[in-house]
Design a protein around this ligand. Structure first.
Ligand SMILES: CC(C)(COP(=O)(O)OP(=O)(O)OC[C@H]1O[C@@H](n2cnc3c(N)ncnc32)[C@H](O)[C@@H]1OP(=O)(O)O)[C@@H](O)C(=O)NCCC(=O)NCCS
Length: 255
C-alpha cells in the first residue's frame, strides 16, 4: 500500500537519513538564500556547473541555480557521508543527472525540480524516481495548453469539470506527466499526448495508459505532493511492485 505524508512528516533532517528499500525522501527548500549562503554553495560546485552559472541572464537566476545545485549536493552528501564538493554527476542522453564515480555504487537515485522560489528533490535507493513542481499561475490559456500538449481525453476531462476545478486539474495533470517523464529520463522524447494520467479530483494519481510503454500503468506509482499552497507537485516511482512510502523533509538552513 502506498502512503502519503502529513504536515508533521516534513520533519527536520539533521542526522544522516536512513534510506531503506521502498522509501522515497522528498526534500523542499527555498531557492532564495542569503548572499553568504549562495557564496558557500558556490564553493561546492563543479567546473561544468560554474560554467553554466555564468550563462544565466540575471544575478537572481545565477543565484537560484547556484542555490539549487548547492542544496542538491548538500542533501546527497548527507546520505553518502561525503563532502558536497566531492560528489560527481553524470548525465543521460536527455540530460538526466545521476551519481557517478565512487558515489554511484551507493544505489542512490534522485531527481530535482524547481519552480519560482522552491527547490524540491526526491531521493531513493534502487528505484527510478521523478519529481515535478510548478508554481500555480491563474493563466488564461491553460485550456489551450491542455489541448495542445495533453492527450485529447485529458483535455476533455479538464473541460468537463466545473470552472473552479479546471485549473487545479490542469496542474495535477501537468505535474504528474512531468514527474513520470522525468523519472524515465526521457524528457519530451515521450510526447505528453502519448500517455494518459488521472486528473479528476476523485481519482488517485496514476498512469492510466501509454502508447509508447504499454506496461507502464502497472509499473509506476504516482503521488501528489503538497510543498506549498501556491504550488502543485507530483512524484513518480518505479517499480510499483512493492510498497512505496514517501516522506517529506524540510531542509533547515541557518541563513
Ligand atoms: C528536461 C525537463 C525535465 C525539464 O523540466 P522542467 O519542468 O522545465 O524543469 P524542472 O525544474 O522540473 O527540472 C529541471 C531539473 O530536472 C533534471 N533533469 C534535466 N533533464 C532531465 C531528464 N531528461 N530527465 C530527468 N530529469 C532531468 C535536472 O536536475 C534539472 O535541474 P537543473 O536545471 O538544475 O540541472 C523536460 O521535461 C521539459 O523541458 N519539460 C517542459 C515541458 C513543457 O513545457 N510542458 C508544457 C506542459 S503544458
Amino acid at each position: 500500500m502506498a502512503t502519503q505524508d502529513t504536515s508533521e512528516a516534513w520533519a527536520h533532517g539533521l542526522t544522516r537519513p536512513e534510506l531503506v528499500a521502498g522509501v522515497v525522501d522528498v526534500w523542499r527548500a527555498s531557492l532564495e538564500q542569503t548572499e553568504g549562503r549562495v557564496d558557500q554553495f558556490r564553493t561546492t560546485l563543479a567546473e561544468d556547473e560554474c560554467a553554466r552559472v555564468v550563462r544565466f541572464a540575471s544575478q537572481d537566476l545565477r543565484d537560484r541555480y547556484t542555490a539549487g545545485r548547492g542544496l542538491l549536493r548538500a542533501i546527497l552528501g548527507r546520505y553518502l557521508e561525503v563532502e558536497p564538493a566531492q560528489i560527481r554527476f553524470a548525465y543521460g542522453p536527455k540530460g538526466q543527472p545521476a551519481l557517478s564515480g565512487d558515489c554511484a555504487s551507493s544505489g542512490i537515485r534522485f531527481n530535482v525540480s524547481h519552480s519560482g522560489a522552491i527547490f524540491m528533490c526526491a531521493v531513493t535507493r534502487g528505484m527510478d524516481v521523478g519529481i515535478d513542481i510548478e508554481e500555480i499561475e491563474p493563466r488564461a490559456d491553460f485550456l489551450k495548453l491542455a489541448q495542445r500538449f495533453f492527450a485529447p481525453t485529458e483535455a476533455a476531462e479538464i473541460r468537463s469539470l466545473p470552472a473552479e476545478e479546471q485549473l487545479p486539474a490542469f496542474y495535477a495533470c501537468w505535474t504528474r506527466k512531468e514527474a513520470y517523464i522525468k523519472a524515465k529520463g526521457s524528457g519530451l522524447s515521450i510526447p505528453l499526448n502519448k500517455f494518459k494520467v488521472t486528473l479528476l479530483p476523485n481519482m488517485p494519481p496514476a498512469v492510466v495508459s501509454s502508447a509508447v510503454y504499454p506496461d507502464d500503468s502497472a509499473h509506476w506509482k504516482l503521488f501528489d505532493v503538497s510543498p506549498h499552497p501556491k504550488y502543485a507537485a507530483a512524484l513518480a516511482v518505479a517499480p510499483a511492485e512493492h510498497e512505496v512510502t514517501w516522506r517529506g523533509w524540510r531542509l533547515q538552513l541557518a541563513n
